[in-house]
Design a protein around this ligand. Structure first.
Ligand SMILES: NC(=O)C1=CN([C@@H]2O[C@H](COP(=O)(O)OP(=O)(O)OC[C@H]3O[C@@H](n4cnc5c(N)ncnc54)[C@H](OP(=O)(O)O)[C@@H]3O)[C@@H](O)[C@H]2O)[C@@H](O)CC1
Ligand SMILES: Nc1ncnc2c1ncn2[C@@H]1O[C@H](COP(=O)(O)OP(=O)(O)O)[C@@H](O)[C@H]1O
Ligand SMILES: [K+]
Length: 496
């Protein structure tokens, strides 16, 4: 498990270390030293003259930057410290360390420079360090700090953020860093959603020794392969298709035919022993040609969802409701019938829109909304204004409707616990990708996993499929069916 902490617990840890007798300047020197080593490693001199601009805000995050300035200057770098306030206004350990900065370092007050002058200085650097705001951020970036965040994001020079990208603890704007040297703990604010990519490559550094033991409960846990392997289903060699479990899928409509096919393909590729696709004729005609492995149940042929359900409920442990289903009267009837299923079900796409009217489920139910669907289910929800809004939204959905996988970069699984799916990236942002995921969840439920475990294993394998495709073929232009076809290898990584 990769543990992510909120800034308040990290600030509390800092305070605890200081009150237990470790001078705060020692902590700052350790932090600054580790960050300087990162810079020297990322930008080896190799006989070249190296330049850095270090942006320094009012707090200790800027103090770390001043330590880095001294260390880089002593290693032969040309360093400019860009202060958001006058040098005389420096406080605390930062003010102490400022006295030890070599005279080769240039000090500039950013307020005296125009945007063009700041950008010129940034662009002439090998790296710009962001020591504007750290764990002491309150509210949205203001004044000079806000201006510099905007300029950092406009500059072509790579940015290394000290501890965390400035502004990320707020509703924005925040720095888009190429690298982040994180102090004492991975920050929860960078784990999920649009903030996930703001850190770039992250390196974690201890502040002194073993202080991580003193941190309280993590705000979020990042799922690693071994965590997923502990939950993944094991299929014995004597298995028959009944052992693997069956999935009944209510999906697709005349307008959205592919969604049903991709969901069924996801379920088959994730190891379901039986897949029954119940849909309209136009969907089933397409399925007949491309999905010989699925059993097809025509819904517009005198057969209603309730009778399909009663025909298959004994052979299907799991049900998928919603991908491409539509939201018309026919879809509503399907959803109402499906609500009576007493096995395990995953609700996705259009199926989600019926949940508030369906009440509690007779079986075990989970859901896979993206942010738009989640906001509708919550009667409106703002995911962006603070870093913990995604986790809070996912928890609320889990409380209202059942274990929830909130999709997007760093998808969250909320149930008994809350965890982040580390695998995956923009390669997954293609049409039908979520339909494939619903199929994989269905297969995991059919294999006998409980809802939360099914979301974890399917979500991780879906992300891992994306990573494998990116490594082999690149991150753009992939098809959702390729994600489905990559699932067996991903399951192999956690099931064998
Ligand atoms: N503590 C330790 O021992 C160690 C801490 N370490 C380092 O210190 C960092 C935390 O330091 P911190 O607590 O000083 O907070 P930090 O974010 O640098 O500055 C806060 C100041 O900024 C201002 N400000 C706030 N919000 C703002 C906004 N929205 N927009 C504009 N301005 C804003 C506000 O000043 P004000 O405007 O109120 O005068 C406030 O005083 C931590 O991330 C790590 O890097 C490490 O060295 C290890 C040892
Ligand atoms: N930038 C991204 N990084 C990681 N995962 C992403 C990203 N964009 C989308 N995804 C994933 O891709 C899938 C998209 O699902 P969804 O929006 O329901 O698509 P569709 O409705 O077309 O099937 C989700 O699993 C989501 O987590
Ligand atoms: K920072």
């Amino acid at each position: 498990m990769k543990k992510y902490y909120d800034s308040a617990s990290v600030a509390k840890l800092d305070a605890g270390l200081i009150s237990s007798g470790i001078p705060s300047a020692v902590l700052m020197e350790n932090a600054g030293g580790a960050i300087a080593r990162d810079v020297l490693e990322l930008f080896p001199a190799n006989g070249l003259p190296r330049r850095a601009v270090i942006c320094v805000g009012a707090g200790n995050n800027g103090g770390d930057g001043i330590v880095v300035a001294r260390r880089l200057a002593l290693s032969g770098w040309a360093v400019t410290i860009l202060l958001t306030r006058d040098r005389e206004a420096l406080k605390g350990d930062g003010a102490v360390f400022a006295r030890f900065v070599p005279s080769s370092v240039r000090w500039e007050a950013s307020g005296r420079l125009s945007d063009e002058e700041v950008l010129r200085a940034f662009d002439a650097s090998d790296v710009v360090l962001d020591g504007l705001l750290g764990t002491g951020t309150t509210g949205e970036p203001r004044g000079e700090i806000r201006r510099l965040i905007g300029l950092l994001n406009r500059s072509a020079a790579p940015c290394l953020s000290i501890d965390l990208p400035s502004g990320i603890e707020s509703g924005g704007p925040w720095v888009q860093a190429a690298f982040t040297s994180s102090i004492a703990a991975y920050k929860a604010s960078c784990a999920s959603g649009s903030r996930r990519t703001a850190c770039g490559r992250v390196k974690l550094h201890a502040l002194c020794f073993g202080e991580a033991d003193q941190l309280e409960e993590p705000a979020l846990c990042g799922l690693e392969r071994s965590d997923v392997a502990a939950l993944a289903p094991r299929c014995p060699n004597w298995a028959h298709k009944g052992t693997r479990g069956g999935v009944l899928i209510f999906a697709g409509s005349d307008r959205y035919r592919g969604a049903a096919l991709l969901s069924a393909r996801g379920a088959l590729r994730a190891g379901a022993g039986l897949v029954v696709l119940a849909s309209s004729s136009s969907v089933l005609d397409a399925a007949a040609a491309s999905l010989p492995d699925a059993i097809l149940e025509r819904l517009d042929d005198g057969s209603d969802a309730a009778s399909v359900l009663s025909r298959w409920k004994d052979r299907c442990r799991a049900m998928i409701v919603g991908p491409g289903l539509g939201r018309d009267g026919r879809a509503e009837e399907v959803a109402a019938a499906a609500a009576g299923f007493d096995g395990s079900s995953v609700w996705d796409g259009d199926g989600l829109s019926f949940l508030p009217r369906l009440g509690t489920s007779s079986g075990r139910r989970c859901l896979t909304p993206h942010e738009g669907e989640a906001a509708r289910l919550l009667g409106g929800w703002d995911f962006e204004s603070a870093p913990d809004r995604r986790a809070e939204g996912a928890r609320r959905l889990a409380g209202l409707f059942g274990p929830t996988l909130l999709k997007g970069p760093g998808s969250l699984v909320a149930g008994e616990k809350i965890s982040v799916i580390e695998a995956g990236g923009r390669v997954l942002a293609v049409p039908g990708s979520g339909d494939v995921l619903s199929g994989a969840v269905g297969a995991m439920l059919a294999a006998g996993l409980d809802c939360e475990a099914a979301l974890v294993v399917a979500g991780w394998c879906h992300g891992r499929a994306g990573d494998r495709l990116t490594e082999r073929l690149g991150a753009d232009g992939r098809l959702a069916q390729e994600i489905a076809d990559e699932l067996p290898q991903c399951l192999n990584e956690v099931c064998s």
